[in-house]
Design a protein around this ligand. Structure first.
Ligand code: LER
Ligand code: MN
Length: 268
């Protein structure tokens, strides 16, 4: 399994995807620490110097396993489930604009908070139907490009729509697109899942991507998640994909990156 670290390419209020103004210096540092890649959190691909990112990644022999879209919600409140059809359409267009970027880096696209929330005066059934519609459009559009998506269960304090693996898998299976899988984030799972190992196994072949953070969203090793058990389970599942650290820069970013490497590398 390969190890990556999540970095935002644009300033963000979301603390677990630290924005590094000097992307190159940070890529150099992550490469030196032994990371295999950088997961990019990209609010708007139109604002990204794609050739510049490509040059830096190639210089340091780093890959881009995944591209996050959550900041389009965090910074602009775009979502697939907004009652306003114009906002839903903008959210879909935005994610469609992530497809060429994902293709460029052979990366997966993460659909996390961009799904939105069940808003006031909207039924959960309606929100789910809007979400299905959006997922259908983006997966259909990406099919020819061979770009895959992951839907991420996110804990109840961040959204009221799809908090656990069970509900997320049900929706993925109902859509039935081969190129939509699940993202398992140990931080969210530690809050929502009765048994982290059981829910991880339940993802089976639908598990396309993994985020690691400890119970406090600090680096693995700083809380009480049992990463040895998680990785052993991934191995038994024959998971060969990426494990990506999406963590708070605590006590500071350099220590968090080092601690992630110290904890995760021997297990992978
Ligand atoms: C994203 O991967 C995530 O885990 C959320 O908490 C925020 O988007
Ligand atoms: Mn995550």
């Amino acid at each position: 399994m390969k190890l990556s670290f999540v970095i935002s390419t644009q300033p963000t209020q979301f603390q677990a995807v630290t924005f590094f103004p000097d992307f190159e210096a940070n890529a150099a540092r992550l490469a030196e620490l032994g990371y295999d890649g950088i997961e990019l959190a990209v609010r708007d691909p139109a604002l990204l110097d794609v050739a510049g990112v490509r040059r830096v990644m190639d210089n340091y022999h780093l890959l881009v396993p995944a591209i996050g879209t959550g900041q389009a919600w965090g910074e602009e409140h775009l979502s697939f489930t907004d009652p306003d059809p114009a906002i839903r359409e903008r959210a879909v267009s935005r994610v469609l604009s992530h497809i060429p970027l994902a293709r460029e880096f052979n990366a997966i696209i993460i659909l996390g908070l961009i799904r939105g929330q069940v808003q006031r005066d909207v039924t959960p059934e309606q929100a789910r139907a809007w979400l299905m519609q959006a997922l259908k459009i983006v997966t259909d559009a990406a099919h020819e490009s061979n770009v895959r998506f992951v839907l991420e269960p996110i804990n109840r304090y961040e959204t009221n729509l799809l908090n656990d693996v069970h509900d997320t898998l049900a929706l993925i299976n109902e859509l039935g697109a081969d190129d939509l899988g699940a993202l398992y984030d140990t931080f969210h799972a530690n809050i929502e899942e009765p048994d982290m190992e059981v829910s991880l196994r339940a993802c089976g072949a639908r598990l396309f991507h993994v985020h690691v953070a400890d119970s406090n969203r600090w680096a693995p090793g700083a809380g009480h998640v049992d990463f040895a058990r998680i990785v052993a389970t991934l191995r038994e599942m024959k998971y060969t994909g990426w494990v990506s650290a999406e963590i708070l820069p605590k006590p500071d970013i350099a220590s968090a990156q080092e601690q992630t490497m110290r904890t995760m590398r021997p297990l992978l």
